[in-house]
Ligand binder design. Structure first.
Ligand SMILES: [Zn+2]
Length: 342
């Protein structure tokens, strides 16, 4: 990016009410067949338009073509039985009924490549595309085949790499892997989590990002956050390994959280997407609040490596609130941009 402090969102944006129930996570589609395909494309156009109106620099599809950031990808793979469900504990936090791995996993066809190509046709701005990371994928499944979290993660890494290479060929500028599980399973992150992530981005020439957050503003997450104490030091566990890794950008939750800003020093040299918008609150930040978060981050990240962003996705918010937050992000970044250029 040539522009100083290029803005982006972490990923998801609210869906229009004619496509899926708003302000609800993972709500079912209201259309089907060809109408659904066209409806998703229209929603993608709207999500892009709203980002452009707000002045967002690196744009995305707003995840308008997927119901869930992990399972929509997994649904396209073979080896996973969605009828055979087991209850597992997700990220050590809440129980969910999840599909079962019943055989060797493989990707029979591209998952998001057509959607990415469609987004590419709509804009000449840099585009970012999110995929789930290997560790977060295995945490959202019951494995009755490999019986090893690590083995399954390597298999998913290989599959994600196939998809990522095709997304790059479709014109995606930044491929982002969502790894909220990196904030929970510290030993595994260091043993094989970062290694499998690097396998997923092997051979890519476009930029790569990893998004590590404390999740959407849903109850299971806000309850969990209450148990974390006054200082959230989870990032400290994965950062040294990530600093050494080949990943280009690290996307973090920073605003209204209890993450000590100085932890960013541990990834010095990387580009940092600094979350300056709280997605767990309906209160729209003022541009000055955004600017304040960015100024604090600037103590630990060089200005040319600071990418203002949201803490996480905004899918569960109302469209008006999401719009307001994107406007605040742009306006706050502009305040700091002017200060830096003055
Ligand atoms: Zn997130």
């Amino acid at each position: 990016m040539q522009k100083l402090l290029p803005t982006s969102t972490a990923g998801s944006l609210p869906k229009p009410s004619w496509l899926a129930q708003p302000e609800t996570l993972w709500s079912p589609w209201k259309l089907d067949g060809q109408e659904l395909i066209e409806g998703k494309q229209d929603a993608l156009r709207l999500a892009l338009h709203e980002q452009q109106l707000a002045g967002i620099d690196i744009v995305s599809d707003g995840e308008q073509t997927r119901q869930h950031f992990v399972t929509t990808f997994i649904e396209h793979l073979s080896g996973v039985d969605f009828e055979k469900r087991e209850t597992v504990r997700i990220r050590d936090r809440y129980d969910a009924s999840v599909p079962t791995v019943v055989g060797a996993v493989s990707r029979q066809q591209p998952v998001f490549v057509e959607d990415a190509r469609f987004l590419r046709q709509q804009t000449s701005q840099p585009i970012k595309w999110a995929l789930p990371g290997p560790m977060t994928m295995i945490d959202t499944l019951y494995d009755n085949h490999y019986k090893s979290r690590e083995k399954l993660a390597w298999e998913f890494a290989r599959i994600l790499n196939q998809e990522a290479l095709e997304l790059e060929a479709a014109g995606v500028d930044i491929i982002q892997f969502d790894e909220p599980a990196f904030n929970v399973f510290f030993d595994e992150v260091n043993d094989w989590g970062v290694a499998t992530l690097e396998r997923a981005l092997q051979g890519l020439k476009c930029e790569t990002a990893v998004h590590i957050c404390y999740g959407y503003g849903i109850k299971a997450n806000t309850d969990w956050k209450k148990t974390l104490g006054s200082e959230w030091r989870q990032y400290e566990e994965a950062f040294p390994k990530l600093q050494q890794s080949s990943i280009d950008i690290i996307s973090l939750e920073c605003h209204n959280s209890h993450v000590p800003m100085d932890l960013i020093e541990l990834i010095r040299g990387k580009k940092v997407m600094v979350g300056a918008i709280d997605v767990a609150s309906n209160t729209v930040e003022t541009p000055e609040e955004v600017a304040d978060t960015l100024r604090r981050a600037l103590q630990f990240v060089d200005a040319d490596k600071l990418y203002p962003a949201t803490n996480c996705g905004m899918a569960p918010l109302s469209r008006g609130v999401a719009r307001g937050k994107m406007n605040a992000l742009s306006a706050g970044a502009e305040i700091v941009r002017r200060e830096l250029l003055a």
